[in-house]
Design a protein around this ligand. Structure first.
Ligand code: NAP
Length: 493
């Protein structure tokens, strides 16, 4: 059985703790791989390696063009090994192999896109001929890059690609549940020529290795993707040493269908938005808001479609979606279902653990639709991160916008209508980081991704994603120095 190890200062290392974790398939509990279990000593070693390497200047002294070429080499190597990556990702998460293949293709695009970004910097016209004023951008320093388990490598790639382009050193901390592809990435980075100590990897539980990563004064930036509670803890921890934080947190995303929409397309997309990856998607369309006049038609069809979804493991070609990541997560989602029933929501389909033959050993939940929901319900407000769609109704455009904003989150949302003026008004009114009009789900590495309100701080992807890893420095050069003349000078004795 393969043992995954830390990667610190260019060397593969077992944990000082001597402990080993078994990564089990969420589909049938077989042990996929073993991973060394990190502790404080390992984290401090990794931070020291990243810090020393950054201070040495060995990587930030590379030209911008050389780092762009590096990203292209990394993309080519991942493409060469795409099958290995996809199998590893599918193994840890039990997502269907085809979904893992899409994810790895997206990872490659992320590296290629970042390679196109030009070195930022500009001059400022001060209006004085003797002054040259320039804004230069420098790497932020040592970064802690902490990722979730739902799209393990993709979320890490959104951080690693701009961190490398900027010239930072970093420590990657993948989820303890899905570390395999982060380990593969370290092999790829090394093969592509990333100097030892620039890219480091720590394995282990967030509760043990997370806190030292987010509180050490040598770490300059934390880029975190994960849940709201962890995000809050990280922000508090970072405050002590005033680190920069970039947080990609959860969502409770409204999917708004008006009566004049292409109903067939809207329902089909609503099914995908809610049940893709069994709802374990930060931008999942978990809140369906339907204009009252089409409510019955939309909900009946949504229920019929949800009931038809085939669940199954990564190798089941008939499966349309897979299991939840862990028993703990399964129980959390079942808890939300129980709560929705208690709150008075009408269970229309699903609502149970799926235990059909072949699924008994896995963490499967039936695609679930609750009707008659309202924003007072915890099941409408809190992110379950499972295959649950709640349905609310509205009668006016203003009401749709107000409902869509009645959440602490602000990650994404969608509006469906044939009236494009209305679509634009609703899109403008919604306080979410991405709004799809007559569509649901696409994202592009060229376009900024991130959340309003409690969905996060900062942006990934696009040009802004790079800027999280840069510090602006204002350089002021006086070509004709003179006295300031501010204070009275009575002359030297
Ligand atoms: P999570 O429980 O918050 O964990 C995320 C990462 O943080 C994991 O690597 C975890 O390690 C680590 N961690 C846990 N406690 C920590 C601590 N005290 N200090 C530092 N790191 C710590 O989230 P998750 O369950 O993996 O992911 C699901 C969440 O991610 C959902 O809320 C989803 O919406 C969000 N998400 C957001 C986006 C976006 O773009 N906005 C994208 C994907 C996912 P362990 O796993 O080893 O404990």
């Amino acid at each position: 059985m393969t043992l995954l190890r830390h990667y610190i200062n260019g060397k593969w290392q077992e944990s000082a703790s001597g402990r080993v974790r078994e990564i089990r398939s969420p589909h049938d509990q077989h042990v996929v791989v073993q991973a060394t279990e990190g502790n404080l000593t390992d984290v401090l070693n990794a931070i020291e390696a990243a810090h020393t390497t950054f201070e040495s200047g060995i990587f930030r002294s590379w030209s911008w063009q050389d780092r762009q070429s590096l990203l292209l080499r990394i993309a080519d190597l991942i493409e060469r090994d795409a099958d290995i990556y996809a199998k590893a990702e599918s193994g840890d998460t039990a997502k269907r192999l085809i979904e893992a293949e899409y994810d790895i293709a997206d990872v490659i695009s992320v590296f290629r896109f970042n390679a196109t970004l030009k070195e930022p910097g500009h001059s400022v016209d001060i209006g004085r001929l003797e002054i040259e004023s320039r804004i230069a951008y420098e790497p932020v320093g040592v970064c802690a890059l902490i990722g979730p388990w739902n799209y393990p490598l993709l979320q890490i790639s959104w951080k690693v690609a701009p961190a490398l382009l900027a010239g930072c050193s970093f420590i990657v901390k993948p989820s303890e549940l899905s570390p395999s592809t982060a380990v593969l990435l370290m092999h790829t980075l090394t093969e592509a020529g990333v100097p030892a100590g620039v890219a480091n990897l720590i394995l282990g539980a967030g509760s043990e290795v997370g806190t030292p990563l987010t509180s050490d004064p040598r770490v300059d930036l934390i880029s975190f993707t994960g849940g709201l509670a962890t995000g809050r803890a990280i922000m508090a921890s970072a405050a002590r040493t005033v680190k920069k934080v970039a947080l990609e947190l959860g969502g409770k995303n409204p999917n708004i269908i008006f009566a004049d929409a292409d109903i067939d397309a809207a329902i089909d997309n609503a099914v995908t938005a809610g049940f893709l990856h069994s709802g374990q998607v930060c931008s999942a369309g978990t809140r369906l808001l339907v204009e009252a006049s089409i409510h019955d038609r939309v909900v009946d069809e949504l229920v019929r479609r949800a009931d038809e979804i085939t669940l199954g493991g990564p190798d089941n070609e008939a499966a349309e979606t897979g299991p939840l990541i862990s028993e703990g997560h399964l129980n959390k989602v079942l808890g939300y279902i129980e709560r929705a029933v208690k709150e008075g929501a009408t269970l229309r389909v699903g609502g149970k653990r799926a235990l059909a033959p072949g699924l008994e050993a896995g963490w499967y939940i039936e695609p679930t639709v609750f009707d008659g929901c309202s924003t007072e319900m915890a099941s409408v407000q809190e992110e379950s991160f499972g295959p649950i769609i709640t349905v609310e109704t509205f009668t006016t455009e203003e009401e749709a916008i107000a409902l869509g904003n009645d959440t602490i989150y602000g990650l994404s949302g969608a509006v469906w209508s044939a009236d494009l003026g209305r679509c634009d008004r609703v899109a403008a009114g919604l306080r979410h980081g991405t709004i799809w009009i007559n569509d649901y789900g696409p994202y592009r590495p060229e376009a900024e991704w991130g959340g309003f309100k409690a969905s996060g701080v900062g942006r990934e992807l696009g040009g802004s994603g790079l800027h999280e890893y840069l510090e602006a420095k204002h350089l002021w050069r006086n070509t004709s120095p003179g006295r300031s003349g501010w204070f009275r000078d009575s002359g030297h004795p």
